[in-house]
Ligand binder design. Structure first.
Ligand code: NAP
Length: 459
């Protein structure tokens, strides 16, 4: 994929970039590795000062940054502003809390239990971490890796998605302007074929990837071969379950947002709507009406609800999955097609009569396409929720405490949200099970992923 800013609202190529040469990449890895030797000893207090400065600078730049995201990947301006503001919050969270969350950890029974006068775990940084990142949340995905990594004392190399190069360059610049020494966080403008060389470099200690299953498999297998830790944040096919006792007004309104947020391109977007028979007709009617009423258009217009998909290929893939379902007997309740003209628009879509042989069952639809299923009871809902190779997020709507507990304990996913939309917070761990990946970001889990948990025993 060419490294370029291409406006998804028009298809126009705005700016192209040459991938870095092997020599340049080697130079940047060398700088990162040399920098880490000093940076790992910098105090939490100093790192927090720089991290807070990054938050302040980003906050001052929110409008420019939002315009940049919208230009490069097509999210609406309102959503881009929200993403930037969330990043500010995330940077401040790690500035404030890292020292306490990474403090030496004693034993439950005290050091005497292991015959020592002092015994504890110390969390130490690993070194240079490569982050391979997707375009869909071009700032949040990167900063939710970078903030904990830098606060821990690791240094970062970013290989961002090829369609968001200017976002990637802005982020490197942000950390440099904030005071982090040069080399602590660098953007590599490289293609995906150059990733293997970076992963195999002995100066690179670990990797994290957020992206598709295929990219995740490739990065994980190289890391496995090199015996380097990795975190995989991959795709999802999240269930959104509505039971008879749910607040239907709230469930319908949230369902629309949960499926169309970020123009339908979110890993934790609700994708499969599993609706109890008793409320299926009512929910589906209202859901289809609300999806049909959304304004699809240029993401810079404040009145737009759903902008274009980020790439031409992405839109073609969504259309292919929808056509496959139609060909195998699915019913289109609204949308179901691309919009004629410039830009990569796809209408908000609701599909019913889904059957197991359709690709939409096992594959992630990365666009504003919802599948509605009728379920007979809670057993049926849980069985269908788990009938997917993925296990990222999930959302269940019910006012029954017994049903809530069953969803919490029986859904196989990294997140269960009850009466709310799956989302991420700096305070809460984020990640998946099954083919959605492994490892966790955010909270103290995100800090510890790239640490050596060193056991200390002293007598
Ligand atoms: P993608 O095509 O896998 O790309 C993600 C990143 O991986 C890009 O930087 C890409 O570079 C790179 N890449 C692609 N193939 C690679 C390979 N073989 N080796 C090394 N790097 C490779 O995914 P995407 O289309 O950008 O993003 C959408 C996917 O990300 C969806 O499946 C979504 O669910 C998932 N996602 C998951 C989470 C989560 O937290 N679990 C969050 C957001 C998105 P190029 O751009 O140069 O190809």
């Amino acid at each position: 994929m060419a490294i370029a800013t291409i406006n998804p609202a028009t298809g126009e190529t705005v700016k192209s970039f040459e991938p870095m040469s092997e020599e340049e990449v080697q130079g940047l890895i060398g700088l990162a590795h040399d920098r880490w030797k000093q940076y790992r000893t910098v105090s939490f207090e100093q790192k927090a000062i720089w991290m807070r400065a990054a938050a302040d600078l980003l906050e001052a730049d929110i409008e420019d940054v939002a315009q940049l995201m919208t230009l490069e990947m097509g999210k609406t301006l309102a959503s881009a502003r929200g993403e930037a503001a969330k990043c500010v919050k995330g940077l401040r969270f790690y500035a404030q809390n890292t020292e306490a969350m990474l403090a030496d950890e004693g034993l439950p029974g005290g050091a005497g239990a292991v015959g020592a006068s002092r015994a504890f775990t110390r969390y130490e940084p690993l070194g240079v971490v490569l982050a391979v990142m997707p375009w869909n949340y071009p700032f949040w995905q990167v900063l939710r890796f970078a903030a904990p990594a830098l606060m821990t004392g690791n240094v970062g190399l970013l290989k961002h998605a090829s369609n968001v190069p200017q976002c990637a360059m802005y982020i490197q610049d942000l950390f440099e302007r904030s005071g982090f020494p040069k080399g602590c966080f660098q953007t590599l403008l490289i293609s995906s074929s150059q990733v293997e060389g970076v992963l195999r470099d002995p100066r690179v200690a670990a990797a994290t990837i957020t992206g598709s299953e295929w990219a995740g498999r490739s990065v994980a297998s190289i890391c496995g071969d090199e015996i380097k830790p990795s975190v995989l944040e991959l795709g999802g096919n999240d269930p959104f379950i509505v039971m008879p006792s749910a607040d239907l007004d709230s469930a319908v309104a949230t369902a629309v947002t949960a499926r169309t947020q970020n123009n339908g391109q979110s890993c934790i977007a609700a994708k499969r709507f599993l609706i109890h028979d008793a409320v299926y007709d009512q929910f589906t009617k209202r859901f289809v009406e609300a999806m049909s009423a959304l304004t699809v258009g240029n993401p810079v217009e404040e009145t737009t609800d759903v902008g274009p998909l980020a790439t031409a290929d992405g839109r073609a893939e969504v259309a292919e999955l929808v056509d496959d379902a139609i060909g195998k007997g699915a019913s289109i309740l609204c949308g179901g097609r691309t919009v004629d003209g410039d830009g990569w628009y796809f209408l908000p879509t609701v599909i019913a009569d889904i059957s197991p042989e359709m690709r939409v069952n096992d594959e992630e639809v990365f666009g504003p396409v919802a599948m509605v299923h009728r379920v007979t009871d809670i057993d049926d809902a849980i069985a269908l929720a788990n009938a997917t190779p993925f296990g990222l997020g999930s959302s269940a709507w019910t006012s029954s405490p017994e049903e809530q507990e069953r969803f919490i304990s029986e859904i196989a996913a990294g997140q269960v949200f009850i009466n709310g939309m799956t989302t991420s917070y700096p305070e809460l761990a984020f990640g998946g099970t099954k083919r959605s990946g492994y490892g966790r970001e955010l909270s103290y889990h995100g800090l510890r992923e790239f640490c050596n948990a060193k056991t200390v025993w002293v007598k």
